[in-house]
Design a binder for this molecule. Structure first.
Ligand SMILES: Nc1ncnc2c1ncn2[C@@H]1O[C@H](COP(=O)(O)OP(=O)(O)OP(=O)(O)O)[C@@H](O)[C@H]1O
Ligand SMILES: [Mg+2]
Length: 261
């Protein structure tokens, strides 16, 4: 059955690590075009859920439907080419390459990856490289990183690395972007820039975002809907106001002091 309103539909998903049930019969839906937040205590399964959606892990049970297609257990490179991109809790930059080169590494199926095409299709390869470089410059401009285009990525601050992670998602035709604690350890000024970039990508390019965060202020400002995970399944889903006032969420995650925020 097709469901045009939701880009992602997860049903009864489970993932065990030995005796530990990291994701436990979890069902949820992500609205197309939304910015949806995922919160929950440490170890509640947030990153594991992303790993299952993006193909880094295979579930023991359940299904993941993306754009009305069952993608359960597909490898990450397949999902990447369908437009599911993710950033990692710990940034995955190529430390010895520049910001520009890091972005240029992203696009899949580059001509020239294979030695024969590199030899016989030099001109075509050069044209494609120019196109990718131009695109990378556009991404750098969008993210206000122009002054850092030729900086070695290993020298960037934590926040700048997070921006670069977001930039990777802009090098291809992304549809669903999963951000794992993209705001963690990022200073106030950069966090604002990161937030603006996410909102612009959502509005101007139609990306659907799903973001794991611990910062309730940031997530309240950014998200239309927030999903609260607890022990591997959904405890509650609602607006930030509904989440902050829900007794179950307060007991299991936010604590009493957050209730009036
Ligand atoms: N590859 C793995 N092998 C074994 N156990 C794992 C693995 N990945 C995660 N776990 C366990 O699964 C549970 C959920 O972990 P996960 O990283 O998904 O939590 P999280 O909600 O992202 O936590 P945090 O807020 O600390 O990032 C934890 O108990 C964790 O130790
Ligand atoms: Mg995590």
């Amino acid at each position: 059955m097709t469901d045009p309103d939701h880009i992602l539909n997860i049903s009864n998903l489970s993932k065990n690590f030995g005796g530990l049930s990291a994701i436990n019969n979890c069902s949820l839906k992500i609205k197309r075009g939304s910015i949806t937040g995922i919160i929950g205590p440490n170890g509640s399964g947030k990153s594991t859920l992303f790993n299952l959606i993006a193909g880094s892990l295979k579930p023991n049970k359940g299904s993941v439907v993306f754009n009305n297609e069952d993608i359960t257990g597909q490898p990450s490179y397949n999902l990447f080419s369908k437009g599911i991109l993710r950033t990692f809790q710990i940034a995955h930059e190529f430390k010895n390459l520049t910001v520009l080169e890091n972005l240029m590494m992203v696009p899949p199926n580059q001509i020239g990856e294979n030695i024969l095409s590199a030899l016989f299709m030099r001109k075509k390869f050069k044209l494609q490289e120019d196109k990718i470089r131009l695109k990378a410059y556009k991404v750098i401009e969008f993210l206000n990183l122009k002054h850092l285009a030729n900086e070695i990525a290993g020298n960037l601050s934590g926040g700048q690395k997070k921006l670069l992670e977001l930039g990777r998602t802009m090098m291809v035709d992304s549809k669903l972007v999963l951000l794992d604690e993209v705001g963690a350890g990022v200073n106030r000024t950069l966090l604002k820039g990161l937030g603006t970039a996410i909102q612009r990508l959502n509005k101007e390019k139609g990306y659907t975002f799903c973001m794991i965060e611990h910062d309730m202020d940031f997530i309240s400002r950014m998200c239309d809907s927030i999903i609260v995970l607890s022990e591997g399944s959904v405890l509650f889903q609602g607006t930030s106001e509904e989440v902050k006032n829900n007794e179950l969420v307060i007991e299991s995650y936010l604590g009493r002091s957050n209730k009036k925020n």
